[in-house]
Design a protein around this ligand. Sequence first.
Ligand code: OXT
Ligand code: ADP
Ligand code: MG
Length: 571
Amino acid sequence: MKNETQEIQNQTGELTDGFHLLMDALEMNGITNIYGLLGIPVTEVGRMWQARGNKFYSFRNEQNAGYAASVAGYLTKKPGVCLTVSAPGFLNGLTALANATTNCFPMILISGSSEREIVDLQQGDYEEMDQLNMARPHCKAAYRINRPEDIGVAVVRAVRAALSGRPGGVYLDIPARLFSQTMSAEEGKKSLWVPVDPAPAQIPAPEAVKRAVDLIKGAKKPLILLGKGAAYAQCDDDIKALVEETGIPFTPMSMAKGLVSDTHPQCGAAARSMVLQESDVVILIGARLNWLLSHGKGKTWGSPKQFVQIDIKADEIDSNVPIAAPLVGDVQSCVNALRAGLKGMAKPTEWMNAVAERAAGSRSKLASKLSTPTPIMNYHNSLGTIRDVLKNYPDIILVNEGANALDNARMVIDQYQPRKRVDTGTWGVMGVGMGSAVAAAAESGKPVVAICGDSAFGFSGMEFETITRYNLPVTVIIMNNGGIYRGDEANPEHQFSCMKFNPETRYDMFGKSLGGEGVRVETPEDLAKALEASIKSGKPTMIDAIIDPAAGVESGRIGNLNIVSTIGKKK
Ligand code: OXT
Ligand code: ADP
Ligand code: MG
C-alpha cells in the first residue's frame, strides 16, 4: 500500500484520505449535521467535521443519535446521518436504523468496523462483528466501502437508496483502515458527485387515476385519510387544496396531524370512529393499512369499504385487504392528478355536516373533561392546560411518547401546521423522545416541547444532558404517574411491582443536575406557568408534572392488544 501511495504521490502531488473524502462527499450532498457518538475508529471524523464548521451532535447512546438522524430525515426530506463506532455502537445504532426503515424515514447509519480479514476468520479483533450482514435485514440497503476511491459512489448510492421510492434506512460500513488510506487528491475530487434527482417524481398511470376519480365521484360518504407519508412528501398546499376543493372530510394519522390543521372545519379527527365505520370510499394518502388501522378490516371499519390508496411502493397495495383503486406514485403527483380529475365534483355536504356535528359534540365533551379539576392532576386536565399554552405557539414541534401520555396527548393537543408532531411511530417505540427533540430543535431552529411518560423518558433520559450541552430550546414535560401505564399497582410479596418506579424520583432535580432548569408542578395552573416561562426563556427545561398514579389505563388506547392470562385468576 505504501509503495502504491508513494507512486500516486509522485505522479500527482497532493494526497487526500478516507477521512477527507467521506466528509467531502457528505458535504457535497448537503449534509451539515451529523448525530453520533465517537470512539475508535471514528473519533477523528467528528473532530474534523466540527473543524470544517459543520455541526456534530454528540450523544450519550447511539440509539438516541440514530433516532435523531431519522427524525432529521423525516423533517427535512434529506437523509439524516448517524455515525457510530464498531460492534456495540453499531448495534445500538441499528435499532434506530431499523426503526427509520419501518417508519419510511431516510437515514444513513455510518459505522466504523474492524478489519475484514480478521473479522472474516473470526480471529477476535477489537469489537469484531460482521456488521454489514447484521445490518442487511434491517434496512433498505447496506454497502461496505473497501477503497478510498469508492467513497464517493458509496455516499451517492446511500443517498439515492435512502430517498428514492419509499424512503428508508441505509447502512454504510467503513473498515477502520480505510479512513487513513490515501489517494491522489485530484483523483479523489473526481470520484465525488451529487446524484441528479434522487427522489424522482413517480407519475400515476392515467387509467389508474381515472379509476380512482370514478370511484370517488360515485361515493356518498368519502373520507380522506392522511398518513405520515403524506406529511413527509412536503406538498402541503396541494393536499389542503384537494381537501377543500372536494369538500371531503379528512382524518389524520398521528404524525399527519396538522398537515391540514386539526381545527379545519373538515377535520374529522374528533369523529374518528364514525368516519372509519360509516365512510364508503376511503382515500388513503401515504398511510398503510397496518395494525394502526386495524389492517383495514374488522369492527373498526364497520360498513364495507372501497379503498383508493396513494403510495409510492407498488407492493404496499393489497397488503391487507383488496384495494379497489391503487394509485402508485408520489403523493404530490397523485394528489394533483386526483384534483384535476375531480374538478367541479359535487361536494358531499350532507355527509360532511354529519361528521362536523359529531366532531363538535366530541370536542365539547372533551372540553369539559379538560377543565375539570381533580385533587391530583390527571391526563385530561394537565394536557388541556398544555394544549391551551401551545395554541399560541403553532410552530413548536411536539415530541410525544408514552402510553397514556401518548394517546391522550394525541387526542387533546391540536396541531396547526405540517410536521409539527413527532412520536413513537409505526412500532410504538419508547425512547425516541430525547433524540427526536434534539433533531427537531437542531433542524428547525425552533422551540420544541417533548411530552413523555416517565417510563418512556427513562429510555433516553440521559440525553437531556445533550440538550443542555447544545443549549437547545427544548422543554421536556414528564407525565410522572410513577409507572408504566399506572403507578398504583400493589406490590407482590417481598418485591416492588414490575410496573412501578421509585415514587421519590425527582425529574426536576435530575434536569437541574444536568445543567438545565427544573420545575416540579402539581396543578394545571403551575404547569401552564412553567411551560410558558420555559418556552419564553428558550432554556432547556425539565418539568416534572405529578399525575395521579391511578389515572392511566393499561396500554393506553391499545389495551385491546394486551394479552393476559385468565388461568388461576378470579373472574
Ligand atoms: O371517535 P372515538 O369515539 O373513537 O374517539 C376517538 C376520537 O374521535 C377522539 N378525538 C377527539 N375527541 C375530542 N376532541 C378531539 N380533538 C379529538 N381528537 C380525537 O378521541 C378518540 C381517540 O382518537 P385517536 O387517538 O385518534 O384514535 P384511536 O382510536 O386511539 O386510534 C387508534 C390508533 C391505534 C391509531 C392510536 O391509538 C395510535 O396511534 N396508537 C399508538 C399507540 C402506541 O404506539 N403506543 C405505544 C406502545 S404501548 C406499549 O407497547 C408500551 N411499552 C412497551 C415498550 C415499547 N413500546 N417500546 C420499547 C422499546 N420497549 C417497551 C412501554 C414500556 S408503552 C410503555 C411505557 C408506558 O409508560 P409511560 O410512563 O411512558 O406512559 P404512561 O402510560 O403515561 O404511564
Ligand atoms: P401512518 O403511520 O401515518 O399511517 P405509514 O408510515 O403507515 O403512515 O405509511 C406511510 C406510507 O407513505 C408508506 O407506505 C410509504 O411507502 C408512503 N410514502 C412515503 N413517502 C411517499 C411519497 N413521497 N409518495 C407516496 N407515498 C409515500
Ligand atoms: Mg408513566
